[in-house]
Design a binder for this molecule. Structure first.
Ligand SMILES: Nc1ncnc2c1ncn2[C@@H]1O[C@H](COP(=O)(O)OP(=O)(O)OP(=O)(O)O)[C@@H](O)[C@H]1O
Length: 727
C-alpha cells in the first residue's frame, strides 16, 4: 500500500457562538438555532413547509464558515442550481464573500465535476457528452432504427417511455422486469427485446462517450467502487455535506451522500417527507425515514413553527396532510398573528372561461388593494392547465411570467443549433449528426444513416470532405458548408460566442425555410441563445450546463418586457417548490387533473398527488383560492360535468370556505352585496368597474377594453355568500 502522509487541517481557529458577528440566537428560533449551530456528525432536520429550512441552511453555512471551516470544504447539494446560488449569496450577505466559495450545486453538477476529472478510470473520455432526456430519447431512436427489438410488435413503447423505463432501472435500482410489472404491465410481454435494448443503450453510451443524467450519479458510484483513492480524495474535500430537499433524493443520491460523507462523517440533510413530489424521477421519500438507520447516532431535529402562512391556511395544510400514507408526526403552527385572516376559499366556476375571469379579476382587485402582481401566483398541475387563463390575462394586458412550461433547449429551433454544437464537441454523437444532417435538403433518414456511419466509423476526419465519402450531388454543396462550419468552430482558439454565431449564420437560411410559418416569433430565442453563450468560456461547459440546468423558455421570452412592474407568476406546482406568495390561486382542482389521471393508475400515485397539493397550499402567505370549472368541453364528448378534486371535497367549511361566483347583473337583481362595501380589505375595494377603470396605465393600453369587459360581464365574488353552492 502507498505511504500516506496525513496533512493537518487548514481550517482557521474555532470561536464560540457568543463571539460571532451574526446574532444566531436572535435571528433564529430555538430549533433553528440548534440545527444551524450543531457540532459534527450526522443530523437530520425534519421540517414542515415554511418553517425556515432554507433559512436554517443559510445560517448553517455562514456558521460553519464563521467558525473556521474552509468554505471550499463545505458542500451544499440542492435541487436546482438556482437554489444553491441563492443560498450561497444570501449566506454571503449575512456574513461575507467567503460563503460564495462554498461548493454549491445539484448532485448531477457535483458528480459531473468529479467525472470530468476521473472519467478515464471507468472507460469514458473526459469530454463525454451529457445527454438530457430529449437527447437520450434521440439516442434510443437511433438504436431502435438499427435493431429488431420490437420483434414485429406494433405496440412498442415510444422513445420517451423507453427512456423512463431504462432510467427507473438505474435510479430505483430495480430490475427491468419489476419496473415493467409495476409501471408498464402492458409491455411485460416485450421484456426480452426491451432488456436487450436497455443493455445496448448502456453499451452505446459508453462506446460513444455519452452519459445521461442517471449515469452521472451511477458512474460516480462506479468510480468510487473502482478506485477507493478517488473516493477518499473526493470525500476528503467534503468536510461538511449539507443536503436540501432530502425527501426528493433517489436511491443513488442517498448512496452518494453516504460516500461524500464517508471521510469526515459530517452530514446534515434537511427535508419534509410531506413535500416529496419527484417520485416520477425516482425520488423515494422513504430515504428520509431510512437516514437514521444509515447513519449511526443521527441527531434528529424538527422545525414546526411556520413563518409563512396564516393559521387558517396551515389548518387546511394540516388537514390535507393528515390523509397521507406515512409522514413524520408534525403539526405546523403559525408564528404570524393576523387578525381576521381570510379562510382559504374553494371557488367552483361554471366553466373554464368563468374560472379564468374570476382569477384575472381577483388579481386586479388585489393589486388595487396593494398586493403587487409578483406577490400573486397561479399554480396548476400541468402546464396546459393555464392556457385558457393565459388568454384571459393577455386580453387584459396583465403581464405574467410562466414557469414549468417548455425549456429553451426543448424548442425545436434551439435543438437544431445545439445539434451542430454537439457534433463539434463530440463527433461520435450520432443523434446530433442525425438532426444536423436531416436539416439539409436532399438528406433523409436513410442517407443520414450512411453518412453517420461514415462520419463516426470510417472517416479519418469527418469534418473534411474526401472523394471516397458517400456524398451525392443532391446535397453536396450544402453538406460542404456544414462540414466547413463545424471544422471552423472546432478551432480551440475560437471564443464560444463566435462559434455559436457561426453556427447560427450557417443555420439561418435553413431556419427560415424550416419554420417559415412562425420563424419571426422564434427568432428572439436565437439571440437569447447567443447571449447565454457569452457567460461560458468553453463549449463543453455550455452544453453540460444547458443539459443539467435547463432554462425556462417562457421565463426567457418575457424577460425585460416588464420594466414597469414585475409580473404575475404562473407556475406548475413542481416549479413553485420552495417559493412563497402573498396570494395563491390553485386552478383546475379537478379529478383527473389534480390528482392527475395518470397518477391514479399507479400504486402510491394518489399520495404523491396529495403531497403536491400540500406543496401548493403551503406556498400561500395570506390568501388562498382553490378553483375549478364545473363543466368542461371535449371534442368528441361535448360538454360534460366535472368532479372536483378529492382533496377538496370533504374538507369542513370552517377550514375551506365555499364561495359562489355570481354575475354582477344577477347579484344586483338579487340585491346581494357586491364585493366592496364590507368586503375585507385584502380582497380589494371598490366595484369591478372602478377597479378596472382605475387600473394603472402600465397594465396596458388595453385597460379600456378590460374595463369594458368587466362592466359588461363581471360576476361577483362574495366570500360571505356560502349558500346555494352549485356543487
Ligand atoms: N426565525 C425566523 N424569523 C423570521 N422569519 C423567519 C424565520 N424563519 C423563517 N422565516 C421566514 O419564513 C419564510 C419561510 O422560510 P423558508 O423559505 O426558509 O422555509 P422553508 O422551510 O424552506 O419552506 P418550504 O419548504 O415550504 O419551501 C421565509 O419568508 C423566511 O424568511
Amino acid at each position: 500500500m502507498a505511504r500516506r502522509i496525513v496533512l493537518s487541517s487548514d481550517d482557521g481557529p474555532s470561536r464560540s457562538v457568543e463571539n460571532l458577528t451574526i446574532d444566531y440566537r436572535g435571528d433564529l428560533n430555538e430549533q433553528q438555532f440548534d440545527a444551524a449551530t450543531t457540532g459534527s456528525g450526522p443530523t437530520l432536520v425534519i421540517a414542515g413547509a415554511g418553517t425556515g429550512k432554507t433559512r436554517t441552511l443559510i445560517y448553517r453555512m455562514a456558521y460553519l464558515v464563521e467558525t473556521g471551516t474552509k468554505p471550499e470544504s463545505v458542500v451544499l447539494l440542492t435541487f436546482t442550481r438556482r437554489a444553491a446560488r441563492e443560498m450561497t449569496s444570501r449566506a454571503a450577505d449575512l456574513l461575507d464573500g467567503r460563503c460564495q466559495r462554498v461548493q454549491g450545486g445539484t448532485f448531477h453538477a457535483f458528480c459531473l465535476g468529479v467525472l470530468r476529472r476521473h472519467a478515464p478510470t471507468i472507460g469514458f473520455p473526459r469530454n463525454f457528452t451529457v445527454l438530457d432526456a430529449a437527447d437520450a430519447g434521440d439516442v434510443i431512436s437511433v438504436l431502435r432504427a438499427d435493431g429488431n427489438y420490437d420483434q414485429g410488435e406494433e405496440r412498442f413503447p415510444q422513445k420517451r417511455t423507453l427512456y423512463s423505463m431504462f432510467s427507473a432501472v438505474i435510479n430505483r435500482q430495480e430490475p427491468l422486469d419489476e419496473v415493467l410489472a409495476r409501471r408498464y404491465p402492458q409491455f411485460s410481454p416485450l421484456y426480452d427485446g426491451l432488456e436487450q435494448m436497455r443493455q445496448d443503450y448502456q453499451a452505446y453510451k459508453k462506446s460513444h462517450g455519452m452519459m445521461d443524467f442517471d449515469d452521472l450519479l451511477y458512474r460516480t458510484l462506479e468510480l468510487f467502487a473502482a478506485d477507493d483513492g478517488v473516493r477518499r480524495e473526493v470525500a476528503g474535500r467534503c468536510r461538511h455535506v449539507l443536503v436540501d430537499e432530502y425527501q426528493d433524493t433517489n436511491a443513488l443520491q442517498a448512496e452518494l451522500v453516504k460516500q461524500f460523507a464517508s471521510v469526515h462523517g459530517n452530514v446534515m440533510v434537511v427535508g419534509d417527507d410531506a413535500q416529496s413530489i419527484y417520485r416520477f424521477r425516482g425520488a423515494d421519500f422513504r430515504n428520509i425515514f431510512a437516514f437514521p438507520e444509515e447513519f449511526d447516532d443521527t441527531q434528529v431535529l424538527k422545525l414546526e413553527q411556520n413563518y409563512r402562512s396564516t393559521q387558517v391556511i396551515l389548518d387546511l395544510a394540516n388537514h390535507v396532510i393528515d390523509n397521507a400514507d406515512r409522514s413524520y408526526e408534525k403539526t405546523l403552527f403559525s408564528h404570524r398573528d393576523v387578525p381576521d385572516a381570510e379562510l382559504p376559499a374553494v371557488v367552483p366556476a361554471a366553466d373554464g372561461q368563468m374560472e379564468s375571469r374570476f382569477v384575472a379579476q381577483m388579481i386586479l382587485r388585489l393589486r388595487e388593494s396593494g398586493v403587487p402582481l409578483h406577490e400573486q401566483a397561479v399554480l396548476f398541475r400541468s402546464s396546459h392547465n393555464s392556457y385558457e387563463l393565459e388568454t384571459e390575462l393577455n386580453k387584459r394586458n396583465i403581464p405574467f411570467v410562466k414557469y414549468g412550461g417548455m425549456k429553451l433547449s426543448e424548442a425545436a429551433h434551439i435543438k437544431d443549433v445545439l445539434a451542430h454544437l454537439k457534433v463539434a464537441e463530440n463527433p461520435q454523437d450520432a443523434a446530433a449528426w442525425n438532426r444536423a444532417l436531416q436539416l439539409i435538403h436532399g438528406i433523409g433518414p436513410k442517407t443520414a444513416k450512411s453518412l453517420i456511419e461514415w462520419a463516426t466509423n470510417e472517416a479519418d476526419d469527418p469534418f473534411v470532405h474526401t472523394d471516397n465519402a458517400p456524398f451525392s450531388n443532391r446535397y453536396i454543396s450544402q453538406l460542404k458548408k456544414l462540414l466547413g462550419t463545424l471544422r471552423s468552430i472546432r478551432d480551440p482558439d475560437m471564443p464560444l460566442v463566435e462559434q455559436v454565431e457561426s453556427v447560427i449564420d450557417y443555420y439561418r437560411p435553413i431556419f427560415e425555410d424550416e419554420y417559415y410559418e412562425d420563424y419571426p416569433k422564434r427568432e428572439p430565442d436565437l439571440d437569447h441563445f447567443i447571449g447565454l453563450s457569452e457567460n461560458y468560456s468553453s463549449r463543453r461547459d455550455f452544453l453540460s450546463s444547458l443539459a443539467l440546468d435547463p432554462i425556462e423558455l417562457t421565463a426567457l421570452d418575457n424577460d425585460g418586457e416588464h420594466e414597469d412592474e414585475p409580473p404575475l407568476v404562473l407556475s406548475t406546482i413542481h416549479s413553485a417548490k420552495g417559493l412563497e406568495f402573498h396570494t395563491v390561486f390553485i386552478i383546475r382542482a379537478l379529478e383527473g387533473d389534480l390528482p392527475s389521471r395518470y397518477a391514479l393508475r399507479e400504486k402510491g400515485g394518489v399520495d404523491e398527488e396529495l403531497r403536491l397539493f400540500y406543496v401548493a397550499v403551503t406556498r400561500a402567505e395570506d390568501n388562498l383560492f382553490i378553483s375549478y370549472p364545473m363543466t368542461q368541453y371535449r371534442r368528441y364528448q361535448g360538454e360534460y360535468m366535472t368532479d372536483p378534486s378529492r382533496f377538496i371535497v370533504d374538507v369542513p367549511e370552517d377550514t375551506l370556505e365555499p364561495v359562489q361566483l355570481v354575475e354582477e347583473t344577477e347579484a344586483q337583481e338579487d340585491d346581494q352585496p357586491l364585493l366592496g362595501g364590507d368586503t375585507p380589505a385584502a380582497l380589494g375595494s371598490g366595484d369591478s368597474e372602478q377597479t378596472s377603470a382605475s387600473a394603472p396605465k402600465q397594465l396596458g393600453d388595453g385597460s379600456d377594453s378590460a374595463s369594458r369587459a368587466d362592466t359588461e360581464t363581471s360576476r361577483e365574488y362574495d366570500p360571505r355568500d356560502v349558500d346555494g353552492l352549485p356543487f
